[in-house]
Every structure is written in structure tokens, then in C-alpha cells.
Design a protein around this ligand. Structure first.
Ligand SMILES: Cc1ncc(COP(=O)(O)O)c(C=O)c1O
Length: 400
């Protein structure tokens, strides 16, 4: 009998030649456990997914209850499923004007695809603008938003009509014109290495979109659900999007995403042509039940109120000679090192010591910290001690 590891190596398709290969036995709260019972602090949350930690009892119970009632019954948007309708009512009640309708999908990238289609149809324009060093997903439309030509050229030709601007550049806002259907932007750039908006950048961007009749689309797929210390980052930075995109932590570990906007904008995919976007599993009732339990738990456990205090605590504990800067918005953090060669040693040593941190797609000087919001102050202290030990190790490696 081949082992699970052998089956993985022989028959599970990979996305790179050196997968992490952590063989997960179970995961609970802050921790992931491997087959030998080794415990790992998950300071990454599966890239901003497990905000409630792993297998939160409220989410597990909601999933179990729903599975016993019904699972899939029809492609999205036709049958009435109570978890979906209740969730949509709950979520839109927490959002501002113009965000009162939810279109449910399966993943973040699908939400981005729908948003691009909505923008073109609603405005009758074709040009789409995104920011350099943004990541919005891996399907063709989302991938076209990526500025990294060295990467996208391998899959060319991509979706035409996409232009890129620099995040935080006020002068680049003039590239948004009456030809532009939409601007798709993350309120805090995640994969660029946690780049926070400077001054009033997002407000200026919002205003420029208003002036030119361009849809202002915010990708809150990483920043949503309390990660930045507000329920959504647009609430933190004081801007209201025309279209809001969410996924990742939305389902408390279950796959789900959504586009939130107005009836006027959504009519673009309802009429002429109707069925402008079809998704079989979008808004799966089990995922919606999990999403509802997730947001209720975030609110009941007052997790968001404690995010800024935890962010501060991490800043105060992570002091080291080889750190050049820590950028953060709530518990979305990038620890930047003075030299690139330190990075792999820090990440590798953390893993060896039982703590998971991660790389960014577009920043090779920094590592990511995005712990579950449930992390306790004691767990922060323990995690930072491990990270300091890994930083010491990397520093020693290059000491003459
Ligand atoms: C900001 C952002 N947008 C979109 C996506 C795509 O989400 P998914 O992987 O669920 O398709 C990601 C994934 O990492 C993301 O970070």
C-alpha cells in the first residue's frame, strides 16, 4: 500500500516544484498538527482564510446542521435556500448604501471575473484598470489584472483592455478617464507585501472614479472580515465602493466568495442577456451556513475590537537587528528584512520550530504574518519568541 505522501507525490498535481509538504493530520484553533503530532502555530491562516482559527465549533456545527438538511439542489440563483438568504440579509445590513445585493460565487477569482463582466456591461466601456503588483486571482480575467508580464506572457494572449497604475500614486489617477469601465483595487495591497494606502489615496481614487463615471471596485478578498481591525477595510479608510468583492475568510474555512453591489449594477447580468453569469456551486448552502456562523462569531466574540491591540503587541515584540520595517494594517502584516538572503532561512527555521509564516508573491524581502484573529496575547508572545529565534539563526548564518 503506498503511503498518503507517496500518493500525493505521484498523483496529486502540484503548482510548483517544491510544495511545503506538511502532512496535516488535524487542525484546531491556532494550530495545525502533523502525523507525528508536531504542532505548528498557524501565523498565516492559510493566507488570510482561517480568521476564526481552524474548525471553530460554531462553524462546524453550522456545517453539520446544514448537511443534514440539504446540500446542492440547483445552480445558483434559482432555488431559495435559507442559509443564503439569511446571510445576504445579515451581511448587507452591515454594509453602507449601494451594497444591498449579494451574488454568491465559489472563490475570490470568480468574484473578480463577475465584477469585470458587470463593469463592462454596466458602463458600455471596455477598459479596466488595476494596480501594479496586485494579485486578484488565477483565472484569465483576474490574471490579466496582474502587471507582471514576465509571468502573464506564458499564457498569452490574455484578456485585452487592461491598464495598470501605481498604487498610492496621485498622478496616475489621471489615467482613469471616461473610457474606463472600472478600477479594481485592493484597499491594502496584500501580495505586494502589505502596502497600506497613503494619506487620502483611496478617497482620491474614489472621487476620480465618480468624476469619470468609472466603477470603483474594491477587492477585499484578503482584507475583509476583520483582518484590518474593521469589519471591512473600506470602512477603516472611509470609502464606499460601487462593487465589493469578498471570499477567503468569509466561509470560516469553507469555499465561498461574493460580489456585493446594487440592483442597478446587477441588472447588467440579469437582462439582455439574462443568465449573464452562471455558477453551479456558487452560494452552496453548506458554505453559506458556515459563512453565517463565521460572521456571527466574529461579532459575538468581539474579535475585531481586539485586532489593533494585537497588532501593536506584535510590533512591540518583533524587534531585531535584521528587520528593516514592519508594515501592517491590523493583523495583515509584512516583516521586511534587511537582506533578501535572510528570508528563506527565517521561513525555514520557523517551520522547523513549529510556526508557519509565508512568502509574498511580489516581495522577496518580506515574510507574511496573518494569524487567526482568535490568537491570544500569550500565543502572540510565544509566536514572536519563535520568530526571534529564527531571525537570530538567519543573522548568524551570515555573520563573518
Ligand atoms: C486580494 C486577492 N484577490 C483575489 C484572490 C483570489 O482568490 P481565490 O484564490 O479564492 O480565487 C486572492 C487570493 O489570494 C487575493 O489575495
Amino acid at each position: 500500500m503506498p503511503s498518503i505522501r507517496q500518493l500525493f507525490l505521484s498523483h496529486v498535481a502540484k503548482t510548483n516544484e517544491m510544495p511545503l509538504m506538511l502532512e496535516v493530520e488535524h487542525a484546531k484553533g491556532m494550530f495545525i498538527y502533523d502525523l507525528e503530532g508536531k504542532r505548528y502555530y498557524d501565523m498565516n491562516s492559510g493566507i488570510s482564510v482561517s480568521s476564526l482559527g481552524h474548525c471553530h465549533p460554531n462553524v462546524v456545527k453550522a456545517v453539520q446542521n446544514q448537511v443534514e438538511k440539504h446540500m446542492h439542489t440547483m445552480v445558483y440563483g434559482e432555488h431559495i435556500h435559507s442559509p443564503q438568504a439569511e446571510y445576504a440579509g445579515l451581511l448587507t445590513g452591515l454594509l453602507g448604501e449601494g451594497l444591498d445585493l449579494v451574488y454568491f460565487v465559489m472563490t475570490g477569482t470568480e468574484a473578480v471575473e463577475v465584477a469585470m463582466k458587470l463593469a463592462r456591461k454596466h458602463t458600455g466601456r471596455t477598459e479596466i484598470i488595476s494596480c501594479k503588483n496586485a494579485y486578484h486571482g488565477s483565472t484569465y480575467g483576474s490574471e490579466a489584472l496582474r502587471s507582471d508580464y514576465e509571468f502573464t506572457m506564458h499564457f498569452a494572449p490574455g484578456v485585452p483592455g487592461v491598464k495598470h497604475i501605481n498604487f498610492n500614486s496621485e498622478s496616475d489617477l489621471l489615467k482613469i478617464t471616461t473610457e474606463t469601465a472600472c478600477v479594481i483595487v485592493e484597499p491594502v495591497q496584500a501580495e505586494a507585501g502589505v502596502i497600506v494606502p497613503k494619506n487620502d489615496y483611496l478617497k482620491l481614487l474614489r472621487n476620480r472614479c465618480k468624476e469619470t463615471g468609472t466603477l470603483f471596485i474594491l477587492d477585499e478578498i484578503q482584507t475583509g472580515f476583520g483582518r484590518t481591525g474593521h469589519l471591512f477595510a473600506h470602512q477603516k479608510y472611509g470609502v464606499q465602493p460601487d462593487v465589493l468583492l469578498i471570499a477567503k475568510s468569509m466561509g470560516g474555512g469553507m469555499p465561498i466568495g461574493a460580489i456585493v453591489s446594487s440592483l442597478e449594477i446587477f441588472s447588467a447580468i440579469v437582462k439582455a442577456p439574462s443568465l449573464g453569469h452562471i455558477t453551479t456551486f456558487g452560494g452552496h448552502p453548506v458554505s453559506c451556513a458556515a459563512a453565517k456562523a463565521t460572521i456571527e462569531t466574529i461579532i459575538e466574540e468581539k474579535l475585531i475590537q481586539k485586532v489593533l491591540e494585537k497588532e501593536k503587541l506584535i510590533h512591540s515584540l518583533l524587534k531585531h537587528e535584521i528587520i528593516s520595517e514592519i508594515r501592517s494594517s491590523g493583523l495583515m502584516m509584512a516583516v521586511e528584512l534587511k537582506r533578501r538572503k535572510y528570508l528563506k532561512h527565517v521561513i525555514g527555521k520557523c517551520m522547523e520550530l513549529g510556526l508557519i509564516v509565508d512568502w509574498f508573491l511580489f516581495n522577496n524581502l518580506s515574510f507574511r504574518l496573518a494569524p487567526p484573529l482568535i490568537i491570544s496575547n500569550e500565543q502572540i508572545v510565544e509566536s514572536c519568541q519563535i520568530i526571534i529565534e529564527a531571525l537570530d539563526y538567519a543573522e548568524k548564518k551570515y555573520k563573518k
